[in-house]
Ligand binder design. Structure first.
Ligand code: PEP
Length: 257
């Protein structure tokens, strides 16, 4: 099987006014001086910054992603943003099914699946997030939860070229906690099998599976080289260009691609 090219994506969440764009400029400049050709890199700022970010990132290796979309292309949905609008603003990808959306907004697997379809319709890559809560983790339900979320959220027509799966244990997000490397390996292997069941072995075997949850410069090197970990979805540590670059730079000189 050919190696999977890693992706390090930064999720700024609801953080960042115009001044935060300086971090994008810093990241762009850092990558120009010290490229990391072994991995893809993406930043997902809030929707309000997308157009300005697109200007800064044009003709750079840094892709621009968004954080959520509505399943429909347009209509009477005050405050929502369609995948087409995100593409129009310069995004090439969108995160769907982040646990903060699933929990804060009651998003179901069915809705996440529809949002992924919306991403495809608009020509965007869908970054589909799955992950168990702390309670589910404590109760030993992780594998069942992840299997159900992949089966429900991953469209059967998803392709490795337009979809990325992100495993983010809810209890690891923003907590400084991470699963053991053995657990990450075991769960990512299980997710790889889940993908194969939903998409068939070719697409399931080629799709990127990111790990997310308290990835930092200090733990990235070990997490990123666990088998079936094909990059990271990074929250807090993506807000500072220097930290985010350090995470990405674990791939420098690697043969991960
Ligand atoms: C996230 O919410 O996608 C995330 C991984 O956050 P953090 O890195 O801050 O844990």
């Amino acid at each position: 099987m050919t190696a999977i090219r890693p992706l390090v994506a930064g999720n700024w969440k609801m953080n960042g006014l115009g001044g935060a764009l300086g971090e994008l400029v810093a990241l762009r400049d850092r990558l120009e001086k010290a490229p990391v050709p072994e991995a893809d890199v993406m930043v997902c700022p809030p929707a309000t910054l997308l157009s300005r970010a697109a200007g800064i990132l044009a003709d750079t290796p840094i892709a621009l992603g968004a954080q959520d979309c509505h399943p429909l292309a347009s209509g009477a949905h005050t405050g929502d943003i369609s995948a087409e609008m995100l593409a129009d603003a310069g995004a090439t990808a969108v995160i769907v099914g982040h646990s903060e959306r699933r929990i804060d907004h009651g998003e179901t697997d069915e809705l996440v699946n529809a949002k992924a379809h919306a991403a495809f319709r608009a020509g965007l890559t869908a970054i589909i997030c799955v992950g168990e809560t702390e309670e589910q983790h404590r109760n030993g339900e992780t594998v069942d939860v992840l299997t159900g979320q992949v089966q429900g959220s991953m469209p059967e027509d998803a392709r490795a070229s337009n979809t990325v799966l992100a495993y983010e244990p809810v209890w690891a997000i923003g907590s400084g906690l991470t699963p053991t490397l053995e657990d990450v390996a075991r769960l990512h292997e299980g997710l790889r099998e889940n993908l194969g069941q939903v998409l068939g072995p070719d697409q399931g075997g080629a799709m990127r599976i990111l790990y997310g949850g308290s990835v930092k410069p200090s733990n990235a090197a070990e997490l990123m080289f666990v088998p079936n970990v094909n990059g990271a979805l990074v929250g807090g540590a993506s807000l500072k260009a220097s930290d985010f670059y350090e995470i990405l730079a674990v791939y420098r000189g690697s043969s991960a691609t």
